[in-house]
Write a protein that binds this ligand. Structure first.
Ligand SMILES: [Zn+2]
Length: 445
């Protein structure tokens, strides 16, 4: 292996060199959305972060099997379908389609396998049976529970003791359980949720955690390379996946556990200035998908991200600057990659560092062709024709005023080429400038 990829492994709390089980076939599983509502920015962050990792792994190893599930059985789905008076099928199919559209707008590549829980009920039932046979599952009042006392390493991923885990979280209280920390593998139909499948334990539905263990096992085997998701999934979801999979297979489910940080949204502030745009679709009405993508990648994936309109505006300014600088370049496709950008990504996906490198290189007008190709390949940005970018990217008044000021500065510095370019970019966006004795005025065409 020519390059060394380093990734932060939550399981060991260490930055580790990535050494796959098999260099010729890399396996990665990422927990996907529960499909009952439009994707919000908290769903978009892991999709974009793991898309960058997927692109990098494909470059390094060639063959990568990327599995991301669709949770299409859940109490939230049933409640949403009931309140909107539509069928469960309709809501899950429509929401899945909207999720695909929104992620495509963010240049997220399709994954290799996207298993749906409802299409894998027999695999899930079989997996639960193996857990029961291994002595780690028990039946109580038509439910099947996982007995966490049978797994000595419970708490390994979140690095907490069982007592701390139970005290510090909202655990469903139930008289059916032997231990408050035990979690459900199968639950019976009831008045609240009358939809279910036949099973050895009666008609019912699987718990959420078990679907990931069963489907990851089906497509990636007993132990695979990378399991990812948002850090809010570490406990209980991923902790439970590890316990279940160990009980069924006697092996650690995955070698590297990668988690992206929280997304914080200052909703009040955002809705005040730009309307409520917590969902990706609403943001796309005001910003290009590449802008949202860059805004997500400007912060390192492990750090918390405070997502607000300023971050989006900052991302748009950067992309405007980059597209402006390459407007006259003829970009040719090449397999060569910029080593500085690649090195940043090899260092635990350091996208902020990669973005600084791109800015620096574009500013110095050096090796632009390779940088643009590298940027497209790994980061999924600068994929558009610059003229198209300036035509379609959103125009808002502050941006126009900023451009007028930049043009005035350029004219003052006798940089007429720059001044003309700014005028032309504005023109391409349908903004006409008029120089008057009292200053430059603008109007929409
Ligand atoms: Zn999962």
């Amino acid at each position: 292996m020519q390059y060394k990829l380093k990734l932060y492994n939550t399981l060991t709390n260490n930055l580790e060199e990535f050494v796959p089980f098999n260099e010729h076939s890399i396996g990665m599983y990422v927990c996907g959305p529960t499909v009952y509502d439009r994707a919000h920015i908290g769903n978009a962050r892991p999709a974009v972060v793991f898309d960058v990792l997927y692109r990098l792994l494909k470059y390094l190893y060639g063959n990568v099997k990327y599995v991301r599930n669709i949770t299409d059985v859940d109490d939230k789905i049933y409640k949403a379908a009931k309140s909107r008076n539509i069928s469960i099928n309709e809501i899950t199919q429509n929401t899945t389609k909207m999720y695909h559209d929104d992620m495509a707008a963010l240049n997220v590549l399709p994954v290799n396998i996207e298993p749906k829980a409802t299409e894998h009920i027999s695999n899930i039932i079989e997996f639960i049976q193996r857990i029961i046979d291994a002595g780690s599952g028990y039946i109580s009042n038509n439910h099947v529970y996982f007995d966490i006392n049978t797994f000595n390493n419970y708490g390994l991923l979140s690095n907490r003791t069982l007592e701390n885990l139970i005290n510090g979280s909202r655990i469903e209280i139930s008289q059916n359980k032997n231990n408050p920390g035990d979690f459900v593998l199968w639950k019976p139909i009831d008045d609240e949720f009358p939809v279910g499948w036949e099973s050895p334990w009666g008609k019912g539905r699987p718990g959420w955690h078990i679907e990931c263990s069963a489907m990851a096992h089906k497509y990636l085997g007993t132990s695979f390379d990378i399991h990812g998701g948002g850090c809010d999934l570490i406990f209980p979801h991923h902790e439970n996946e590890i316990a279940q999979s160990y009980a069924a297979n006697h092996k650690l489910m995955a070698k590297y556990w990668i988690h992206n940080g929280h997304v914080m949204i200052n909703c009040t502030k955002m809705s005040k200035s730009l309307g409520n745009f917590c969902t990706v679709r609403e943001m796309l009405e005001n910003f290009d998908g590449e802008t949202i993508r860059l805004a997500l990648l400007m912060t390192h994936y492990k750090s918390p991200l405070n997502f607000c309109s300023n971050v989006l505006q900052q991302a748009q300014n950067i992309l405007d600057k980059w597209y402006k600088a390459i407007i006259d370049e003829e970009i040719k496709e090449t397999n060569d990659v910029d080593i500085n950008i690649l090195n940043s990504l090899l260092d635990d996906l350091n996208t902020p560092q990669a973005i600084r490198t791109i800015s620096h290189t574009i500013k110095n007008n050096s090796c632009i062709n390779i940088v643009i190709n590298t940027c497209r390949k790994f980061l999924g940005i600068l994929t558009k024709d610059p003229n198209e970018w300036f035509h379609y990217s959103t125009v808002n008044e502050n941006w126009v005023l900023e451009q007028i000021e930049l043009r005035a500065i350029a004219k003052k510095n006798k940089d007429y080429k720059e001044a003309d370019m700014i005028r032309n970019i504005l023109l391409a966006k349908g903004i006409r400038l008029e120089d008057t004795p009292t200053g430059t005025k603008w109007k929409r065409d």
